[in-house]
Design a protein around this ligand. Structure first.
Ligand code: HEC
Ligand code: HEC
Length: 313
């Protein structure tokens, strides 16, 4: 019996070997810089990014010159068609999620609270850089997911809500909006400005320094207690809450110190992105991280009490 198994394994060996070598052959091809935007190969409205390599884009403070990043189409370019109506609906859901997808939302945020300028701002995880990258492998779920599934995750965690089904009008409209914003962008090419800033971490972050910096740089808008500020005369928040029951939950990307610091560096204080040092962003986000917020919906209440919160260090 044992011999037979060994013989079968021996017989299979050459087969396995050829498969492995065959797979190796496939990767041969022209070597390309993944980050380079190549206007010649697509119709994107990108200015000549002659000096902007991905390496530079992520390590240096980018000069936010218009045209250094992919430029999505203008609102007035939304076509008058059934497709255009869906794009417009998606834009409304994106910028006023409270109103247009309120039943799926469990906090005070809109998609555009984090994906700034209607999902257009480079380094505020813009939709034009995200949409063309899917399907993509995601470490969090250890599986390849579609753009629509990625949006579902932001509903569950960033919006502390429930995910609309994949065939719901909300998910379709948000996809149509991101699809339209990506008009002319190269598919499956990581564009400069995707995600947030990349940071150095010269030392371990310090929440006490973070508290001081928070009070100096953030509290005037988001409140000393992090609860944000409502509009005086209408519903909703002028400055969204950073922690507490009305903010994102423990499983959200933003609740990890790293994502928060990367976002903050490039975008906060609002209108003054890139002014904090990397270390200041880490410190502030460590202070935000130790605050209370809705628990991780992937675990039961007991695990939420005994497990350390996700997203530290
Ligand atoms: C609390 C802040 C927050 C809110 C609100 C939020 N997101 Fe996100 N979103 C994030 C973070 C953080 C990431 C991870 C960014 C990264 O790693 O590039 C992310 C990533 C994404 C991505 C993938 C980006 C990429 O480059 O792959 C999509 C798509 C997305 N969000 C859509 C949405 C939509 C649609 C909504 C509204 C329903 C929403 N998000 C609300 C914080 C937020
Ligand atoms: C001038 C007012 C202002 C200041 C100062 C400011 N923010 Fe914000 N912040 C905003 C606004 C407004 C938004 C939402 C953007 C939108 O809806 O267009 C926001 C969004 C955010 C978000 C994502 C949404 C959420 O509620 O989690 C985070 C995180 C954040 N700010 C962190 C900070 C940090 C950290 C500082 C200090 C370094 C800071 N902000 C300083 C106005 C401000």
């Amino acid at each position: 019996m044992r011999n037979r198994v060994l013989m079968a394994a021996a017989a299979l060996l050459p087969l396995i070997a050829t498969t492995v070598f065959a797979a190796n052959d496939v990767v041969d091809g022209p070597v390309r810089d993944k980050g380079a935007v190549r206007p010649a190969e697509h119709q994107a409205r990108v200015s000549e990014p002659a000096t902007l390599t991905r390496d530079k884009a992520i390590r240096q403070i980018p000069q936010i010159n218009p045209g250094e990043y992919f430029i999505p189409p203008q609102i007035q370019d939304i076509p008058t068609s059934k497709y255009g109506e869906m794009v417009e609906l998606g834009r409304r859901i994106f910028t006023d999620t409270q109103h247009y997808a309120g039943r799926y939302v469990g906090n005070a945020l809109n998609c555009s609270s984090c994906h700034l300028q209607e999902g257009r701002k480079a380094y505020a995880s813009p939709m034009w850089a995200a949409y063309p990258m899917y399907p993509e492998f995601r470490n969090k779920t250890r599986s390849v997911i579609t753009f629509e599934e990625r949006v579902q995750d932001c509903f569950k965690y960033s919006m502390n809500g429930i995910a609309p089904t994949l065939d719901s009008p909300e998910i379709k409209a948000l996809s149509a909006y991101a699809h339209w914003l990506s008009k002319g962008a190269p598919i499956n090419t990581e564009l400069p400005g995707r995600g947030f800033a990349r940071l150095a971490k010269p030392r371990d972050p310090n929440s006490i320094n973070g508290e001081k910096l928070y009070k100096e740089n953030c509290a005037m808008c988001h409140g000393k207690d992090g609860q944000g500020q409502k509009f005086a005369k209408r519903d909703g928040y002028m400055f969204p809450p950073l922690w507490g029951g009305k903010s994102f939950n423990r499983a959200a990307g933003m609740s990890s110190i790293k994502d928060c610091a990367q976002f903050t560096k490039a975008n906060m204080p609002l209108g003054k992105g890139w002014t904090l040092t990397d270390m200041e962003a880490w410190d502030i986000c460590t202070y935000i991280w130790i605050q209370d917020r809705p628990s991780d919906p992937r675990f039961g209440w007991l695990m939420n009490i005994i497990m350390p919160p996700t997203g530290g260090n």
